[in-house]
Design a protein around this ligand. Structure first.
Ligand SMILES: NC(=O)c1ccc[n+]([C@@H]2O[C@H](COP(=O)([O-])OP(=O)(O)OC[C@H]3O[C@@H](n4cnc5c(N)ncnc54)[C@H](OP(=O)(O)O)[C@@H]3O)[C@@H](O)[C@H]2O)c1
Length: 244
């Protein structure tokens, strides 16, 4: 782990939040978990996570985290605490599924992205999109030590370099490489329905793209990981004359 990030706060402790908390505690981080129903409902998870974990309200988890994961159904993004997250890097795992979240017009018409919505809700925080395109079960099993030839690279997208550095360090600590996809505002490549071109389903940079239609009907499916080198090639912008 880096010298700065010691505690990870969790707004949302479900499939993704819980999985990340397991990886984080295994890597030596303290975690503070929260959900919508109150800390007492997280007793089993906290017991499983061990002495590095505790449960709190969402505001307290946000305040406690050096780095905070927001992993809730997108419809709840306006309930994410604002003040307590000011000045902090926020890892945004959220995806938009209208059948679950209800229709959000600005996402339906493509005028914004789910990360931009969260960033606008958290104007004093630095939102970094990450973990939104890997199935939680794969997130649990694909973690590898640094340098492992089969280590998976995950795309990150955000506007602030310092926040992306903190997120990259966190990914590295829990078993993943990071690939800087592009600023969050222009990043539609890793969202469900994103237009990014994905050539191969071999091993991922886990990302939604070409196979989005299938993914929408089977949102639990994810591809296996790419090497970091291949990943960088996949996420670079398409250039004039590029025949990929
Ligand atoms: N599942 C995956 O494999 C996967 C992969 C990539 C991205 N995602 C995205 O990541 C997000 C989380 O997915 P998930 O599968 O982890 O969902 P999940 O298992 O349903 O967990 C959602 C968590 O959010 C909490 N929550 C809901 N409203 C909240 C609020 N207002 N304040 C605080 N916590 C709140 C829930 O608490 P309660 O249970 O108390 O309501 C629960 O702990 C979603 O946007 C999803 O689309 C999921």
């Amino acid at each position: 782990m880096d010298d700065v990030t010691q505690t990870i706060g969790f707004i949302g402790s479900g499939h993704i939040g819980g999985t990340l908390a397991r990886l984080a505690t295994a890597a030596g981080f303290d975690v503070v978990m929260s959900n919508s129903r109150g800390p007492e409902t997280l007793a089993d998870l906290v017991a499983e996570l061990g002495p590095r974990a505790r449960a709190a309200t969402a505001s307290d988890a946000a305040a406690a985290g050096d780095l905070v994961v927001v992993s809730v159904p997108l419809r709840a993004y306006r309930e994410v605490p604002v003040e307590a997250l000011a000045g902090k890097p926020v890892m945004d795992t959220n995806n938009y599924y209208p059948q679950r979240d209800g229709q959000i017009a600005s996402l339906d018409d493509g005028s914004t992205t789910s990360s931009e919505l969260l960033q606008r809700h958290l104007p004093a925080s630095s939102v970094v999109k990450v973990f939104n395109n890997i199935f939680f079960k794969h997130l649990a099993t694909l973690a590898r030590p640094a340098g492992a030839p089969d280590r998976t690279a995950l795309p990150i997208a955000g506007d602030e370099a310092a926040a992306k550095e903190a997120v990259t360090a966190f990914l590295d600590a829990i078993g993943y490489d990071a690939v800087d996809a592009r600023p969050a505002g222009r990043r539609r490549s890793t969202i469900p329905g994103g237009h990014a071109r994905v050539r191969t389903p071999l091993r991922t940079v886990h990302r939604a793209g070409r196979n989005t239609r299938r993914r929408r009907h089977h949102p639990g499916r994810a591809r296996r990981g790419l090497t970091p080198c291949a990943a960088r090639k996949l996420v670079r912008p398409k250039l004039p004359g590029d025949t990929r």
